[in-house]
Design a protein around this ligand. Structure first.
Ligand SMILES: *[C@@H]1O[C@H](CO)[C@@H](O)[C@H](O)[C@H]1NC(C)=O
Ligand SMILES: *[C@@H]1O[C@H](CO)[C@@H](O)[C@H](O)[C@H]1NC(C)=O
Length: 586
């Protein structure tokens, strides 16, 4: 159907060729007399046959002109049908700029400028956010997304997580986490039908008036972030309305003695509390909500969100640090570090560093202290955390434990966000040697996946820094051998490919995706597994995390995209849950 109209459009273009028209017009005049002579010499029967042929030709011409006009009206009227049809077909027309769309009656209409203008408005080309061509690897990732969505829809619709093996669900924050996390991924992959049903659920079912404590950080990065990026991509008001409702409840968390937020907040009573497991908030949690709250203030013009969250950044900027490195716990009442807590680039530390550079980018590189704190922290990592393995000299970043700050040679998969942040920083003018660190750490992170028989990374890896008889660069304890469908390494692969164009990163990502397809895919979705160290005994955990749809599959899709300009890091800054937000000028 659609291919047909492509051909029609091409034909229109050809018939406008003027020299061709003049040639065919000139020929009949020259030989008119000769034709008349021949005609008179013909038999009556011959004349009848020729008359009939001529008549048939005229009918065919009229029919062709009519159907051509029809297909034109269709093509120029609806951008939506254009985009929607592109889903079903790999062959899509290159979008014509409005002034090149040819109108058979164009000359008449040209007399009326108003009419012309209206037509121009109808003929909007598809926005660049809608990629039209997809390669085989992208199609494979789209299939994975559809498969995950199918299971979620069948057994966990509107709930936080799918349990794909028991075909049931699990709630945690009671906010439809997987659905909201997946919104912009569906949009980016052009899965319009699935997006529409998810949007409908957000509009009619997503309810924040629930009497339950939720984690401020998790709710901000997944739900607020997901709603905001969906708003930016689609401009649908419902996402903004929901984002405002949610943020108005979440800001109660900042009502602490210091302005550093409590870890949890009750969305109904709007009361905040310290987490059940202890008196402190996690450093990465209180410093990884600023992109989202600032974005909401910039959209609405209401400064309260940006001010509350920005205060935390300013406050932490003033606290003492170890060469830019921070402890992983902070007391919300006093606003002071818990000084005997660990320094790590993994859990509870990681995205503090990520949001320094990303906040600097989001605010148009106008807040120098963010860049300087980031730059200093990278130096701190080089001095205090960087180490190399035996026997192959692989770079990794360890941890400084507890009050003794003893070096521990372990690195979380979570830490593999770092090559992405480093190369992003280099793109924005940070020291050139950060690229070398990014490349080396990217390689190490990739090895933690591809040296396992499953091609999947464990949650935590220990590194050999001494020569041993084992002759392995790293090893995995059985308690740490699980893979939770995490995205960080793949996320960094996307940044590395996006900013260097080196296709090796795509190939590494493809191998990881094969690991996921082979060992995590089940009949009704994808499951976390308990053991990456054996391809025959993976110990499926029966849980599909929301970030698998929000991040892992999104970054795989972006990694394999041919046109990297569409989600350029010059236009978008991705929050720590993979939700793109716009970059502002200040
Ligand atoms: C980053 O810090 C290094 C010192 O560690 C300094 O030489 C460099 O100029 C700084 N770069 C930026 C962009 O601030
Ligand atoms: C691409 O990246 C790989 C892995 O870092 C590296 O070995 C290779 O030399 C790079 N290729 C080019 C052309 O830079």
């Amino acid at each position: 159907m659609f291919e047909g109209s492509v051909i029609e459009e091409k034909r229109d273009y050809v018939t406008l060729s003027l020299p061709a028209l003049q040639q065919t017009a000139a020929r009949p005049t020259r030989s008119w007399k000769r034709i008349c002579r021949r005609w008179k010499q013909l038999h009556r029967l011959q004349r009848v046959v020729l008359w009939m042929l001529g008549f048939a030709l005229v009918i065919a011409l009229i029919y062709a002109v009519a159907s051509r006009t029809e297909s034109h009206t269709e093509a120029s009227h609806s951008v939506e049908s254009h985009a929607a049809t592109s889903l079903e077909s790999n062959v899509t027309p290159p979008p014509l700029p409005p002034n090149l769309v040819i109108d058979p009656e164009g000359e008449d209409n040209a007399q009326n400028p108003e009419e012309e203008e209206k037509k121009g408005a109808d003929q909007i080309i598809p926005p660049p956010e809608l990629p039209v061509k997809k390669n085989a690897r992208q199609e494979a990732v789209i299939s994975a997304m559809k498969h995950a969505w199918r299971g979620y829809k069948a057994f966990a619709w509107g709930h936080d997580h799918l349990k794909p093996i028991s075909r049931s669900l699990e709630d945690w924050l009671h906010l439809g986490l997987t659905l909201v996390d997946a919104l912009d991924t569906l949009w980016i992959m052009d899965l319009k039908e699935e997006f529409a049903e998810a949007q409908e659920w957000v509009a009619t079912q997503l309810n924040f008036n629930i009497n339950q404590d939720v984690n401020l950080f998790e709710t901000t990065i997944r739900v607020l972030g997901g709603l905001l990026s969906s708003y930016h991509l689609t401009k649908e008001q419902v996402f903004l309305d929901k984002a405002i409702d949610l943020a108005d409840r979440l800001i109660a968390a900042f009502n602490s003695g210091s302005g550093v937020p409590f870890a949890d907040v009750n969305l109904y009573s709007r009361r905040a509390s310290k987490p059940k497991w202890g008196p402190d908030s996690s450093t990465s949690e209180v410093t990884t909500i600023q992109l989202e709250f600032r974005d909401l203030s910039r959209i609405t013009g209401n400064p309260i969100y940006e001010n509350k969250a920005g205060f935390v950044t300013d406050h932490i900027h003033k606290l003492p640090k170890t060469d830019g490195l921070v402890p992983i716990f902070i007391n919300a009442q006093t606003g002071q570090w818990r000084s005997h807590s660990t320094i790590t680039l993994g859990a509870r530390g990681d995205s503090y560093y990520e949001y320094l550079i990303k906040q600097w980018i989001q605010t148009g590189r106008t807040k120098d202290f963010l860049r300087d704190d980031y730059n200093e922290s990278i130096s701190g990592m080089e001095h205090h955390l960087a180490a190399r393995t035996e026997p192959n000299n692989l770079l990794f970043f360890g941890e400084l434990h507890g009050s003794t700050k003893n070096f521990v040679n372990k690195m979380d998969e979570l830490t593999c966000f770092l090559p992405g942040s480093l190369i992003l920083g280099v793109h924005y003018g940070m020291p050139k040697h950060h690229k070398r660190i990014a490349e080396e750490l990217m390689y190490t992170c990739t090895q933690t996946w591809l040296r396992q028989p499953t091609n999947l990374a464990p949650e935590i890896t220990y590194y050999n820094t001494q020569p041993t008889s084992m002759n392995e660069d790293f090893f995995v304890k059985s308690n740490d051998a699980h893979y939770l469908l995490r995205p960080e390494t793949i996320e960094s692969l996307w940044y590395m490919y996006h900013l260097t164009g080196n296709k090796t990163y795509q190939d590494w990502g493809w191998q990881m995706f094969q690991g996921i397809e082979t060992h995590c895919k089940v009949e009704w979705g994808y499951t976390s597994i308990g053991n990456v160290k054996s391809s025959v005994s993976t110990k499926p955990k029966d849980k599909m995390e929301s970030f698998f749809l929000g991040e892992t599959l999104k970054y795989l899709y972006l990694l394999f995209m041919d046109d990297q300009s569409i989600y350029s890091v010059d236009k978008w800054v991705f929050n720590t849950e993979g939700h793109p937000l716009p970059i502002y000028t200040h």
